[in-house]
Write a protein that binds this ligand. Sequence first.
Ligand code: SF4
Ligand code: SF4
Length: 358
Amino acid sequence: MAKPKMREPIESGCPDGFQYMHPTMRRNFGMWAYHEDPQPGVLLHVAKNGDKVWTVKAGTQRILDVFTLRKLCDIGDEFADGFIRFTIRSNIEYSVDSEAKMQPLVDALKDAGFAVGGTRNSVASISHTQGWLHCDIPGTDASGVVKSMMDELYDEFTNWNMPNRVHITTSCCQINCGGQGDIAINVQHTKAPKIDHSLVGNVCERPSVVARCPVAAIRPAMVDGKPSLEVDEKKCICCGACYPPCPPMQINDAEFTQLAIWIGGNHSNARGKPTFQRLVAAGIPNNPPRWPEATAVVKKILECYKEGARDWERINEWVERIGWPRFFEVTGMPFTKYHIDNWRGARANLNSSTHIRF
Ligand code: SF4
Ligand code: SF4
């Protein structure tokens, strides 16, 4: 008997980006001679054969309603050549291959209320994790933070005011995506999870939850005759890693889930090694819908960086040059015992290998 025809696998990865590229860009892929920055929000790439592409960048809050998206696409059809892409920092980018089309495109975006910028020595759009809309474990929102903070940093996005480029990131839980940038705003849980014992037996795979804890603070337990879990609060470092596989281990809390700000993280590039971020402020209220306290700290850091850094110094280079004591002096932020990383448990307990331990 003939074998039944197998169903084709469904490809769920991202589609091939080349089909969406501007033809001039596609033709010259890997053949660029140099690039320039004609004005904030505009890049000019010149190919070895003389072809030129102008890229115009505008900020969005990433989670877009359909009307805004249509408006952005209409601008692309009318003023650009019908090609758009979104960057990882939720900016929309249009490409055109003649200088005459560039300024009308910039003007159309500005007239429609979009911020054109985010290139060279500006504050780039805040990188955005999923937040309440898509993810099941956040302790705070993401689009809301991006929108409300970028409203305050509008001039820094649309101008070249900074000594060098500034990347700001958010992370809406304490363990997963986001949280690596010149300035990183990260969730910080400050209390051990509270367990809803009536649900654990029905919802959670207890061995996986026990294995998830990086400091072995979770044990299986029987509570009211039902299988459940218990947490050794002296060991718990409030990381929140047990909450995704076991939602009854509720750790999010309006008061005790707070924000911390870390600075100086940078990926390696052609000029330097990667640098790791350091904690500069903790215990900041997670205060939707506008997060005024966290925004004030970010603005203070940016103000001092703008004032004190030399041209083209990134935030980490500026702090390394002036020294951390001076950083706390100029920003006026308190330096406390919690800034000193004296936790020795990592040597014995932190699961830093690729092996799962039970
Ligand atoms: S940072 Fe955490 S909560 Fe936010 S989207 Fe990523 S995994 Fe989800
Ligand atoms: S919050 Fe982190 S350290 Fe505390 S029990 Fe859960 S996984 Fe363990």
